[in-house]
Design a protein around this ligand. Structure first.
Ligand code: SIN
Length: 297
């Protein structure tokens, strides 16, 4: 059964709140939405240059309104990428991924003909296995495949709001286990990275409240979330299966087509993303900085 058939609220449209309310109200940047619910391209800013605090604040507002924002044609060195990330908070160190030499905060994203797996394929929020998962990620793709390699983003406020009141009540107060072990073990072998003895695991609320907006969002993801605590395994499996199917509904999504030097900045607390690995044996590579977050509540 399709999500839309199972949940008439998803079909009804008006119950899906628009992500952005202020397109056109920015003084320093231009913001062009990619879909009614998530994603906007920002123009009028050079990310490699020192930015005025008012510009930074407008980017932060655009992120809060749109959950994922995109910038085209932004050549940056690793140092400039790091400096841009630091405007939004302290940077996170990835528990498994390789980094640019000399820049432990700048993670390398790369897949090619030798890859057995690709980073970010499958729906997830970054490093949700950490006790304090990252608030946001800033990815720059430097090398694009001839076709494909897009990333899809989905609005988890909208996914939560489209659930029935009965389901919302059922999820209220539940927590779930997020495990990095099966995600990270061997993931970076093609890049010559040896595995660590263990990877993080954490318990988080199934529905979290965003610290900036006060809005509730669905916070389970297919990559990291292994079970809902306090439910029999079969019930947990069935409920997670339903939630994963529900949150993948196209009504909650936008799709970003990369061009060399494009940058995506997404909020891991209220958005999920899925990097599509449809370009093998071609190569795709880039760099990511990740901004520290808080314990989900
Ligand atoms: C990621 O999850 O950071 C990777 C996203 C992408 O490569 O598009």
């Amino acid at each position: 059964m399709s999500v839309a058939t199972a949940n008439p609220r998803v079909r009804s449209g008006p119950r899906i709140r628009n992500a952005a309310g202020r397109a056109g109200e920015y003084r320093h940047i231009r913001v062009r939405r990619l879909s009614p619910v998530i994603g906007a391209e920002i123009e009028g800013v050079d990310l490699s240059a020192p930015l005025d605090p008012e510009v930074v604040e407008e980017i932060r507002e655009a992120l809060a309104d749109n959950l994922a924002v995109f910038f085209r044609d932004q050549p940056m060195t690793a140092a400039q990428h790091k400096a841009f990330g630091e405007l939004f908070g302290e940077l996170h160190l990835h528990p498994a991924a390789p980094h640019v030499p000399g820049f432990p905060e700048v993670m390398i994203i790369a897949a090619d003909a030798d890859s057995k797996r690709a980073n970010g394929e499958g729906w997830h929020t970054d490093v949700s296995c950490d006790a304090e998962p990252p608030m946001g990620s800033i990815l720059q793709i430097l090398e694009c495949p001839p076709e494909g390699g897009d990333t899809i983003f989905a609005n988890m406020y909208a996914a939560y709001e489209a659930l029935s009141d009965r389901m919302k009540a059922h999820l209220d107060g539940l927590t779930a286990v997020h495990d990095g072990e099966h995600v990270y073990r061997g993931l970076y072998a093609n890049l010559g990275v040896a595995d660590k003895p263990s990877y993080p695991r954490a318990s988080h609320p199934v529905v979290r409240t965003h610290p900036w907006t006060g809005r509730k969002s669905l916070y389970v993801n297919q990559a990291f979330t292994t079970r809902i605590e306090g439910l029999p395994q079969e019930e947990s499996d069935a409920l997670l299966r339903y939630l994963y199917q529900h949150l993948q509904h196209p009504l909650f999504q936008c799709r970003f087509k990369w061009t060399p030097d494009a940058v995506a900045f997404w909020d891991n607390r209220c958005a999920q993303h899925h990097a599509i690995w449809d370009y093998w044996p071609h190569a795709r590579s880039g760099r990511r900085v990740t901004i520290k977050g808080e314990r989900p509540v």
